[in-house]
Design a protein around this ligand. Structure first.
Ligand code: EPZ
Length: 422
């Protein structure tokens, strides 16, 4: 089990290049299933979750050629329409093959993703949407088995009007992909507005899909007979961007992100300014300066464009050493406070009542051995370690490697005293 050793107290200074967005890359990799032509991608991040998705697609028959952050995917010869449990259990985003397989091949067998640390995370909305489009769905032996009447003999999903009971990012992405090849028009209402949904839509449109309204809460897709190959560059990762900015706000310093996009993280940037940071944006560069102890800031997570749940843990870490008290309210997932226990081991003053945490900033955290529980919680613990006095050991950092490309080398470049230990 790999660990990170962090010596707290160093300020962060310098430039860091932002990688492609994990949560755009994962659905876009699955979009390759929608065409027999080659999908050329650029700026694909080098992450464990991306590696898992590549393996999942390859075991179905997708040919993938990789050259650094460039991938060429060809789904000309798919010989298996299944996402097996042993792969799905390590990455819930595997559910994103369901829509494309049902749309192009009329059949799919996808293991039900288990729960995960942050919540039960059902996929009922994905299933309901496909049923509305004419798929017959049976849940048997832990698998979702989707069949389109007519099956491989050319059965085709049909367009439908689908109202989401609640906003679902991958639910919107799965059904948007399925609708691109359906017969007729599909309208997704109460759709997710996340930038990663928009990036996927841009890629699908480049492949010949007819999509309007991506980025709004109503997306309409007019199905076409087939999609063709395309080139697409994955958008920058707004959560990686936010994570580095919060780290610099907590540890103090002056950092510049390059290859970033400020326009999709306005809420996070405003919160950082509220905490006392100075932010300057020029093109794809975001500069943050923090020369004093941060002020505590309240955050309440909600679907985009509100404050992102994937940034909640990181801001909580900053609040533990901020001036004053703050409230953190998590409205998306039912159990996304796993980092609280670990932060308390560093001396943080946090009280939790239901989905609300109250953090009383203290002047100093003391380094200790702590354990990562999920992807963004692990980033939170790294930030706390950077701000703490003495050495912090973060265990189970395989969670971190799922979503952050070479985080310790990027942080070291900024002056952090951080190293990976076996
Ligand atoms: C996506 O997960 C992201 N993952 C998550 O990022 C992110 O936290 C989440 O959206 C919210 O922004 C990817 O994009 C790969 P949801 P997703 O469906 O799509 C409930 C990270 O750290 N729900 O928007 O799985 C669900 O339980 C990860 O990168 C249903 O009830 O999230 C949750 O409470 C973590 N039924 C809420 O909706 C469904 O069918 C939002 O979930 C689907 C979802």
């Amino acid at each position: 089990m790999q660990k990170l050793s962090i010596l707290g107290g160093a300020r962060l200074n310098g430039e860091v290049r932002i990688s492609g967005a994990k949560n755009a890359a994962l659905p876009i990799l699955c979009a390759s299933l929608l065409s027999s032509d080659t999908l050329q991608l650029d700026n694909v991040p080098e992450l464990n979750d991306v590696a898992t998705m590549r393996k999942l697609l390859q075991q179905m028959g997708v040919k993938i050629e990789a050259n650094g952050s460039q991938l060429a995917l060809s789904a000309a010869h798919i010989d298996k329409l299944e996402a097996p449990y042993d792969m799905v259990k390590t990455m819930r985003a595997s559910i994103l093959v369901l829509g494309p397989l049902a749309a192009r091949f009329g059949e799919a067998r996808v293991s039900l993703p288990g729960g995960c640390a942050i919540g039960s995370r059902p996929v009922d909305l994905h299933i309901k949407g496909l049923q509305a489009m004419g798929a017959e769905i049976h849940i048997e032996h832990g698998y979702i088995h989707a069949q389109v009447p007519g099956g491989l003999a050319g059965g085709r999903l049909r367009g439908a009007r689908i109202m989401f009971d609640l906003v679902s990012v991958t639910g919107t992405e799965n059904l948007m992909m399925a609708a691109t090849l359906a017969d007729g028009v599909t309208v997704l209402e109460n759709a997710a507005r996340e930038p990663e949904v928009v990036d996927l839509a841009h890629c699908l449109i480049a492949m010949g899909a007819k999509i309007e309204g991506a980025g709004s809460d109503t997306i309409s897709i007019t199905g076409v007979e087939k999609l063709h190959g395309a080139n697409h560059r994955i958008m920058p990762d707004r959560i990686e961007s936010g994570t580095f900015l919060v780290a610099a706000a907590a540890a103090g310093g002056n950092i510049t992100l390059t290859g970033a996009r400020a326009d999709i993280m306005e809420n996070v940037l405003e919160k950082l300014q509220e905490a006392g940071a100075t932010i300057q944006v020029a093109g794809d560069r975001i500069n943050l300066q923090m020369n004093k102890r941060p002020l505590a800031v309240n955050v309440r997570t909600a679907p985009y464009p509100a404050f992102p749940t994937d940034m909640q843990a990181q801001f909580m870490a900053m609040n533990t050493i901020a001036e004053g008290s703050a409230m953190v309210v998590e409205t998306i997932f039912e159990n996304r406070f796993m980092h609280v226990q670990e932060l308390r081991r560093l001396g943080a003053q946090i009280e939790v009542e239901g989905n609300t945490a109250v953090i009383k900033g203290c002047a100093q955290l003391e380094g200790a051995t702590i354990m990562a529980t999920d992807l963004r919680a692990s980033a939170c613990l790294v930030i706390a370690g950077l701000a703490a006095q003495g050495e912090t050991i973060v265990d189970r950092i395989y969670h971190l490697d799922r979503g952050y490309e070479h985080i310790e080398s990027k942080l070291s470049q900024l002056g952090a005293q951080i190293r990976r230990i076996k």
